[in-house]
Design a protein around this ligand. Sequence first.
Ligand code: C6P
Length: 414
Amino acid sequence: MTKLNVEQIRKDFPILKRQVEGKQLVYLDNAATSQKPKVVIDALTEYYEGYNANIHRGIHTLAEEATDAYESVRETVRAFIDAEHTHEIIFTSGTTEAINLVANSWGNANILPGDEIVLTAMEHHSNLIPWQRLATERSAKLVFIPITEDGQLDMAEAKKLITDKTKIVAVTQMSNVFGTINPVKELAQLAHARGAVILVDGAQGVPHVKTSVRDLDVDFLAFSMHKMLGPTGVGILYGKTELLNAMPPFQSGGHMITTVSREKASWAELPWKFEAGTRNIADVIASGKAIEYLSALGMENVREHEIEITKYALEKLSELGDITIFGPKDATLRGGVIAFNVDAIHAHDIGQICADAAIAVRAGHHCCQPLMRDLNVMGTARASFYIYNTKEEVDLLFEALKEADKVLGHVAVR
Ligand code: C6P
């Protein structure tokens, strides 16, 4: 038994009461986006009904209340990831925008022809394509840390591939396919020893694993609030002060300036230099409630629950003889993400059979096409867990897969 009171937690999520065609919803698509507790949903209504105003611009009461609420979330985020300063927390629209910000702003200022950008073979397109574009524009080279048979980074290769030519190492904290939790601290040491910086894609990691940017000593961390109980449209970029200070703005316009003449402008201080235009005020405020909710549960307890449910799911699903499960066998090495294929059944057919049983799983390439090619599959089905999932729900998934295997298993062609 973990320390999370899952029964109680489930009551906080209105959507979990939903029926889908007369069946109780089983939501196992948390790596795509998590569900939202009522406190988060209420925070949106409270803002729009009570103090909707633009921030940093007005001196009227509503504007002050909105500004205070928005800015206080910066401190909530700072504490959650153990950053040193609130000005190191930049609000973006998501992980994708946060990585694009670094690739554009830091990348264009620092990457020269012949430089190397080290990625891994398990990166999501969001942590691949911005670097591909930068490498093409700057005549730089992309280098990929390979993975082992069970979906872990080949650290012996990493040591060889991170060299004096490396300018940045950009790596996912947790794979959205294998669930693998990568040795970010060790990679940060390897990068720093060569004078490179490290960016961590925390889209899957931060929602599930207690993350201290100071302990890991990472230079940039990007993550999305919608995968951790918050609304869509809010991401966080953490960056070390000296790096952010030296970077040019990413987008230009209102709010990111101090003085403007017809010909030129000077930039606002951190963090506002990187927050041009009207931001996603309501969703940032509601994101603060999501972090408070997770902090009250305790991230160690969140992790413990996920290890327990993932271990159970790995064992249970393995009872299906025809199943291929990707990633590490040991649940303590991975988060609650299980990508799998059953016999020769197309992943979309698995997804459809699960959907017919009111079980939400994802099927496809999971925005990791190069990795799918390495695995020699078109795609996979994927179940992913969070704080409100139960072993009974894993049992329901097992029953649906058994049915899929019985009905389609021996006739389907990959
Ligand atoms: N992965 C999934 O189902 P955004 O869309 O910006 O919030 O997050 C992008 C992203 C970046 N890195 C990793 C490791 C991710 O998993 C994701 C989002 C979702 O796996 C949607 S494709």
